[in-house]
Structure formats: C-alpha cells, structure tokens
Ligand binder design. Sequence first.
Ligand code: TXA
Ligand code: MG
Length: 342
Amino acid sequence: METIILDAGNKENIELCAGVLRDGGLVAFPTETVYGLGANALDEKAVAGIFSIKGRQVDNPLIVHISSLDDVDPLVDFVPDIFETLAKRYWPGSLTLIMRKSRMIPDNVTAGLDTVAIRMPEHPAALELIRTFSGPVAAPSANPSGRPSPTKASHVFDDLEGKIPYILDGGACELGIESTVLDISGDIPRILRPGFVSYDELKEVLGVVDAAGVDFRGEQSLEKPMSPGMKYRHYAPKAPLTAVCGAPGKTASYIEARMNDDTAALLFDDQTFSHPNVVLFGASDDYATQASLLFDALRKIDSFGVSTIYAQVPSEEGLGSAVANRIKKAAGDNIVVLSDLI
Ligand code: TXA
Ligand code: MG
C-alpha cells in the first residue's frame, strides 16, 4: 500500500480520510499532543487493525476521541458528577477521562476493561476529521508500540509507511507529549499518566486527586495495572538510554565524562558541552519546550546509530514530571540518580 501525506488544512483531504474511517480503514491525524492512528471506535475489526499495525499488546486499551460533548453520553454507562467541571475547563484539550463504558463500545477498544478512556482533542484537523466522520475515533499514538510517539507527519511516515493509506499533516504537534489520563470512574479521581494538565492544577480544581500510582513505571508495582499501557517500556530509541536525574550542572558533568564516538546525549540548552552527538531539547527549566522537542530529539539520536545514549531528566515539578516520566520510561531500568548532597 502506498502511504500518502496530505495537508490537514484542506477540507477535501479531511473528507477523504473520513471516508477511509467509514470504510473500516485506518488513517493517521495530528492532535495537539502527538499524532494519532485512528479507526472507527465502533468497528471491532477496524480497531483490531490498530493493534496489528502497531504491534500493540491486546491488554492495552485505546483512547476514544470525540468532537462534541453530546458524543459522551452514548459511550458511557453513567456520567460522574465531576465530569462537567472537567470537560468545561479542559475540553477540547489534553485531558483524557476514564469512565465506566456503555455496551456500545467493542471489547477490544477497552481491552476487556469495563471503563473507557475519552478525549476531545483541540487540534482543528482532529476535530474536523471526527466531525466529518461523525462518530467516535479510537486512536493510540501513531507509532509502533515501544517507539517514541510521533510529533510530526514525517515521524509517522518513517514508522508506518506502506501500512496505512493516508497521513494528515498538521505540522509539528504543539504540546509534544501525550494527554494526561485521569480516571474518574471511582470515588477518588486518579491520575494514571501525567501530562500538560498537571497534578497541581487538577488538585486545585477537584480538591482531592490521587497520583500515588504514577511513578515512571505507572501502575506496575500494583497487582493489576490500572492503566495497562504504563507497564510497558515506551518511547524507546533503538540504543539503550540511561536517564540521569539530579541538578543539571551535575548531570551534565556526569554525562560529559562518559561521552565517546559511540555515545550520544540528550541535553538541556543551558547545560551542554561540545560533542558531535549532542541533541538539545530546551532549557533546564523550560518544561514546555522540553515536552515539544523530546520525541523528535529521541528520533534524531536514533539516526546517529550509536550504541549508548544518556539523557538529562528535568526536575519533577509541574510539567517537568510529565517530561521526566517519558524519559524514565524510555530508559526502562537504566536510571541514575545523582544526589544533591555529594
Ligand atoms: O495524547 C494522547 O492521549 C494521544 C493522542 C493521539 O490522543 N493518544 C495516546 O494513546 O497517547 P495511547 O494509546 O498511546 O495511550 C493511551 C493510554 C495507555 O497508557 C492506556 O493504557 C491508557 O491510556 N488507557 C486507555 N484506556 C484506559 C482505560 N479504560 N483504563 C485505564 N487506562 C486506559
Ligand atoms: Mg502511545
């Protein structure tokens, strides 16, 4: 199959892609977070195609994307009280809400769970595609499982060429990391994946929010993972990556001492040193820039073909914790913490 990149700003292209969704096919589209690989969320066979193209574990549920608040009711068993407050404030936007699902949703969308993840994206092309298709669109990030999420149409092309007919190109994703996932199906709202909508913000809006399960392994430490996707190594470049946590000056020196021809480093703009295999991803305290550049930077580092990668990890405050989460997950178990005291 030939894969064609289409301008997402063109109405005819949106219609073409909505037609593919209607016919049970898959298309990639931009959102403000990362690119998604979409299928008709109510078509079990189309959804199965997402799992096979991504090589995704079948126990890892998908997010259902909608374009209007009216779309929620038929998808859920009931609407929790706090839903309206959250939706009014954050939708369209980068907050995914987990609620108890209705019977309308095929089991493979939710990986057999009795809850469903729903998000109304903010990117105009995503909204236009969902509206034109006029139904809910199941969409994970448009990368093969385990790889860095795509934040440009070219990333999707590199990963999925020949596997899908169209990629809607809406430019580089503004935010660059995936949505915050908040479970509101139980008594206490619980963050399952950190993102731009931060713990502090949600706590202010909701009063009480549980984020205890969110370390870089997500819920892995619990017997039954609450957000199944969080237990897998993710976002990983091809070579092993070591995440280096600590004060930026210290982590830069630690990494510099270990650089050679076969090593690459992901560094803060203000904490760099001279070496050909360095990729910068924003100043040490500029978490928004780090988020927007992180996945592209990991892909650039891949292109060096080195066998070892080091990355500086930002401080885990506000949005920094979402960036740190992605880097640590890319590192798997390779995490070095440099104490401030030494
Ligand atoms: O920003 C985003 O959320 C992007 C764009 C395309 O919308 N999508 C995305 O999807 O990141 P994906 O599939 O890569 O990540 C979805 C995460 C996974 O960790 C999955 O396990 C979790 O959401 N999830 C989905 N449904 C769930 C459910 N019912 N209960 C718990 N976790 C769920
Ligand atoms: Mg993903």
